[in-house]
Design a protein around this ligand. Structure first.
Ligand code: ADP
Ligand code: MG
Length: 576
C-alpha cells in the first residue's frame, strides 16, 4: 500500500470546495507582484541615497519611488481582497458540504456525538481552513519570494555582507522551528477544547429548565468555569509563545543590524561600499527576517488546519441516508410484518431478540411490557432510524429497507410522548417538511386542527395560526403540543400510525381530549400504539407483550389475561 502524504486529505478537501481558481491565482499573483515591487524599493532608495552625494536630488527617481509605493499599495489591496474573497467562498462551500451531510446522517451518528461539538466543527474548524488559504498560504509564498529575491539582489550587490547577514537565518530557524511545533500542539488542543466547551454550553442551555429545577446552577457554574479555565490555560500557553517569538525576533534583527552597520560602516569608510548600498542592505534585512517569522505561523496554522480537516473529513466521510433511493410504493392495505428481527444499539447487548409479529391493514396493534423492554426501539426500526441487525421488516412482501426512505416516511406518522416542535409559528409546525407548504390554505389547516381538537385553543391565541410557539414549542402546554402533533399527522394522512405513550405525560383533562383526537386519527389506518392505559389496550385488535427484548405473548386482552401470568400482573398493576 502506498503511504499517503499526511497533507493529502487536506488538499483534496480544499480542491473539493471548487475554490474560484482564477480569483485565487490573480490574488496570489498580485501578492507576488507586491512582493517584487517591495524588492525594488530598496534598490531605488539606494540610488536616491547615493544621489545625495552628487549634490542634486533626482526628482524623477523620487517620483519613481513614489509611484512604486502607490502601485504596490493598490495591487496589495486588490490581492488582499481577492484572497479573502476566495477564503470566504471556501469556508461557505465547506459549511454547505458539511450541512448537506449532517442533516442526512443517520440517527446513530447523533446518538454518539454531542451536537454542540458538531456545531463547533461546522463553525470553527472551517474558519481555520479559511485562514490558512486566504492568509497564511499567500504569506508563505510571498515570504519565500521575498527571501530568495532579497538574497539574490544582495549577493550581486555585495556578497561578503550578504554572507554575514545570512548568519542570522540558521539562528532564526533554530528558534522558530521548535516554537512552531509547540504552537501547533497547543492550537490543536485549543480547537478540541473549544469544541468540547461549545458542546457543554449548548447542552446546559438546551436543558435550562432541568438545570434550574435541579438547583444545578452551582454545579453548572463550576463545570462551565472548568471549561473556561482550560481554554484560558491554552490561551495563555499560546500567549507565552507569542511573547517569546517577538522579542527573540527583535533581538536577532537588532543583532544583525548592529553587525551590518558595524561591518558595513567599515566598508563604506574604506570606500568598498556606498552609503546607499548600506541603507538598501538594512531594508532588505527586514524583507528577509519578517517572512521567516511568518513561516513559523504558517507551519503552526498548517498543523491546525490539518487537525481541523481531519475532523471535517470525518464528518464528510460518514455514509448518509439515501432518502430518495429505492422503491416508491403505496403502502395502503398492506400488512406490516417483523420476521425474526433482532437489534442492538451497540454490537454488545441485544435490545430486541428474534421478534416476529404481524399487523394487518387497518388493525390497531398494541405493544405492552415493562419499561426498557424495547418498545420504543421497535418504533425506531419502523421509522428506519435504525436497521435491524438480523431479520427483516416487511410491508406486504417487500422489505421496508428496499423502499425509498422518503416514500416510506411520508406514509407513516409518529406521535411521540414529547411531541417535538420546531421554533416558528403553529402554521410552520403543521406544514413542516411538506413540499407545497405555502400552497396549503388556512382552511385546510383549520380543518385538521379541528379534527385534532386543537382549533379551540389556536383560536384563542390573538395571532391564530401565526402564533410563535418558541424553541421546542415551549410556549405551548404539553396537551396543546400533543394536539398540534396530531393535527400534523392528520394533514399528512399517513397509512401507518405509531403512537408512543402519546398521552402519558398529560393531565387527565387534556388526556381525554387528546385521546379522542387520537381515536379519530387511528380510524382506517394500521396503528401501532405503545400503551400505558388499560382502555387503549382493551380496544386493541392484538397485544404484543415485550419483555427484555423478547416477545413473550400475543393475543387480545382477554386471551392474554387467561394465558400470560406476567401480563395479568402487569395489567392489574401498571395499567389503570
Ligand atoms: P421501552 O420503550 O420499552 O421502555 P426502549 O426501546 O426505549 O424501551 O429501550 C430499550 C433498551 O434500549 C433500554 O435498555 C435502553 O437503555 C436502550 N436504548 C434505548 N435507546 C438507546 C440508544 N439510542 N442507544 C443505546 N441504547 C438505547
Ligand atoms: Mg419507550
Amino acid at each position: 500500500m502506498k503511504k499517503q502524504h499526511p497533507l493529502k486529505p487536506f488538499f483534496s478537501l480544499i480542491l473539493s470546495t471548487n475554490i474560484p481558481r482564477a480569483a485565487f491565482i490573480i490574488g496570489l499573483a498580485a501578492s507576488i507582484l507586491t512582493t517584487i515591487a517591495g524588492l525594488i524599493v530598496p534598490l531605488l532608495t539606494k540610488q536616491l541615497v547615493d544621489g545625495f552625494s552628487v549634490s542634486s536630488l533626482s526628482f524623477s527617481l523620487a517620483a519613481a519611488i513614489g509611484a512604486a509605493f502607490i502601485i504596490q499599495a493598490i495591487v496589495s489591496g486588490l490581492s488582499t481582497y481577492l484572497l479573502s474573497a476566495v477564503g470566504q467562498k471556501m469556508v461557505a462551500s465547506l459549511r454547505e458540504q458539511m450541512w448537506r451531510k449532517l442533516i442526512r446522517l443517520p440517527v446513530p451518528f447523533f446518538d454518539q456525538t454531542a451536537s454542540g461539538q458538531t456545531v463547533s466543527r461546522v463553525v470553527n474548524d472551517t474558519s481555520v481552513v479559511k485562514e490558512l488559504v486566504s492568509n497564511y498560504f499567500p504569506q508563505f509564498v510571498t515570504g519565500i519570494i521575498s527571501i530568495v529575491g532579497a538574497v539574490a539582489i544582495l549577493l550581486v550587490m555585495d556578497w561578503r555582507m550578504t554572507l554575514v547577514m545570512l548568519l542570522s537565518v540558521p539562528v532564526t530557524m533554530l528558534i522558530m522551528i521548535p516554537l512552531g511545533r509547540r504552537m501547533a500542539k497547543i492550537s490543536r488542543g485549543l480547537q478540541d477544547e473549544t469544541a468540547a466547551f461549545t458542546g457543554d454550553v449548548q447542552q446546559t442551555l438546551s436543558e435550562i429548565r432541568l438545570m434550574k429545577a435541579s438547583n444545578a446552577e452551582q454545579l453548572e457554574e463550576k463545570q462551565g468555569f472548568n471549561g473556561i479555565e482550560r481554554l484560558l490555560q491554552y490561551g495563555l500557553k499560546e500567549a507565552r509563545i507569542f511573547a517569546l517569538i517577538s522579542p527573540l525576533m527583535y533581538l536577532i534583527v537588532m543583532a544583525v543590524i548592529v553587525m551590518i552597520i558595524t561591518y558595513g560602516g567599515m566598508r563604506v569608510a574604506s570606500g568598498a561600499m556606498t552609503t546607499g548600498a548600506l541603507v538598501a542592505f538594512l531594508l532588505y534585512l527586514f524583507q528577509i527576517i519578517m517572512p521567516i517569522t511568518s513561516f513559523a505561523m504558517f507551519f503552526t496554522q498548517l498543523q491546525k488546519a490539518k487537525g481541523a480537516t481531519e475532523r471535517i473529513i470525518e464528518i464528510l466521510n460518514q455514509p448518509p441516508e439515501e432518502t430518495r433511493k429505492g422503491i416508491v410504493l403505496d403502502i395502503a392495505n398492506k400488512s406490516v410484518r417483523f420476521v425474526h428481527v433482532s437489534f442492538s444499539y451497540d454490537e454488545e447487548e441485544p435490545v430486541l431478540k428474534d421478534i416476529s409479529l404481524e399487523a394487518r391493514p387497518g388493525e390497531m396493534v398494541a405493544f405492552a411490557g415493562p419499561s426498557g423492554g424495547g418498545k420504543t426501539t421497535m418504533f425506531g426500526l419502523l421509522e428506519r432510524f435504525y436497521e435491524p441487525t438480523e431479520g427483516e421488516i416487511y410491508i406486504g412482501n417487500i422489505p421496508i429497507r428496499d423502499l425509498s426512505m422518503e416514500s416510506w416516511r411520508s406514509q407513516i406518522g409518529y406521535v411521540s410522548q414529547d411531541s417535538p416542535m420546531m421554533a416558528g409559528t403553529i402554521r410552520d409546525n403543521l406544514c413542516y417538511g411538506l413540499e407545497n407548504a405555502e400552497a396549503i390554505s388556512d382552511d385546510q389547516l383549520w380543518k385538521v386542527a379541528e379534527m385534532a381538537y386543537a382549533d379551540q385553543f389556536i383560536k384563542e391565541f390573538p395571532q391564530g395560526l401565526k402564533t410563535e410557539i418558541g424553541e421546542r414549542g415551549v410556549r405551548l402546554s404539553g396537551g396543546q403540543r400533543q394536539r398540534i402533533a396530531i393535527a400534523r399527522a392528520f394533514l399528512r394522512d399517513p397509512k401507518i400510525l405509531m403512537m408512543d405513550e402519546a398521552t402519558a405525560s398529560l393531565d387527565s383533562q387534556s388526556e381525554g381530549i387528546v385521546q379522542q383526537a387520537l381515536t379519530r386519527l387511528m380510524e382506517g389506518r394500521t396503528t401501532f400504539v405503545i400503551a400505558h392505559r388499560l382502555s387503549t389496550i382493551v380496544e386493541a385488535d392484538r397485544i404484543f407483550f415485550i419483555e427484555k427484548g423478547e416477545l413473550t405473548g400475543s393475543g387480545t386482552h382477554e386471551e392474554l389475561i387467561q394465558s400470560h401470568e406476567l401480563y395479568r400482573q402487569f395489567a392489574e398493576q401498571q395499567l389503570t
